[in-house]
Write a protein that binds this ligand. Structure first.
Ligand SMILES: CC(C)(COP(=O)(O)OP(=O)(O)OC[C@H]1O[C@@H](n2cnc3c(N)ncnc32)[C@H](O)[C@@H]1OP(=O)(O)O)[C@@H](O)C(=O)NCCC(=O)NCCS
Length: 239
């Protein structure tokens, strides 16, 4: 019988407005390897982004790890998030034996972080003026372009565009770029709205043949920011 997850085992998704974050000290947050990566960054803005992302991720991971460690939340700097050679993040090992997959995303004043037992990707995008239809005609599937063309206002089109865009970026992170070659043929079809999120059905080309069950959803933490999440597995994600 399939394992029935308990509430504390659920995956987690969190987002932040960067202007509301507390002051962050690298030595409280980063592991030695992350500190090395941080120190080698030449741009101050990139260093700040990296630090904020690791802080957000490790808060989620610390809470997820605590449930197994008998109540003791590990210190953030003790949590080591593997960095793979592709640039993607690798999974951590939970003391219970299962994997914990992290993902992080930045967009101007916003930041999103997520972790779960299944590989996942998160992407956050702040709204900006963009010619949705011409970008969509380049990167989206024919059916997604039709969805956008059918919308009546630029506002509706921008929202629908950002939902699909964040899902495609999230899919690339979830698959660690492995399926980037078929990205133009990976489709997302909007379904029902549930608990503040819009659920999507993922349509993969036959030759991608991953044989996995994916979950995908978008939400709008504020009117100017969209978050897309794709998970390669069926497991609850708490916002
Ligand atoms: C890798 C990629 C997904 C990163 O997304 P982004 O919007 O540039 O940046 P984000 O802030 O959202 O995400 C950055 C995080 O992605 C992760 N990442 C970096 N390279 C990655 C890779 N090759 N695979 C998976 N995740 C990766 C990292 O965790 C990084 O944050 P960190 O360096 O602070 O740890 C993106 O650059 C990319 O290649 N996208 C696919 C290209 C494309 O065709 N897009 C069109 C969609 S329609």
């Amino acid at each position: 019988m399939a394992e029935r997850p308990q509430a504390h085992q659920a995956g987690r998704l969190a987002w932040y407005s960067k202007s509301s974050l507390p002051p962050l000290a690298p030595h409280d947050i980063l592991s030695p390897a992350e500190h090395e990566e941080y120190s080698a960054m030449s741009s101050g803005a990139r260093r700040e982004e990296f630090l904020q992302g690791r802080w957000a991720l490790k808060r989620l991971l610390s809470a997820a790890l605590e449930t197994a460690a008998g109540g003791a939340e590990p210190e953030l700097r003790q949590i080591v998030i593997p960095r793979l050679s592709s640039g993607a993040l690798g999974p951590l090992r939970h003391p219970d034996g299962h994997a914990l997959y992290p993902s992080v995303s930045h967009s101007r004043n916003y930041l999103a972080a997520a972790c779960s037992r299944y590989p996942l990707g998160v992407d956050i995008e702040q709204t900006r003026p963009v010619d949705c239809l011409s970008v969509a005609r380049r990167f989206f599937t024919a059916s997604e372009v039709v969805q956008l063309e059918a919308l009546k206002t630029d506002f509706e089109r921008m929202r629908a565009f950002l939902q699909i865009w964040t899902l495609k970026e999230a899919f690339v992170k979830c698959e660690q770029s492995a399926l980037a070659r078929v990205l133009g043929r990976v489709g997302f079809q909007p379904g029902q709205q549930e608990q503040g999120r819009v659920l999507f059905r993922l349509v993969l080309p036959q030759d991608a043949g991953t044989g996995k069950a994916y979950e995908a959803f978008c939400c709008w933490p504020a009117s100017d920011v969209c978050v897309g999440l794709v998970q390669a597995g069926i497991w609850p994600i708490h916002l």
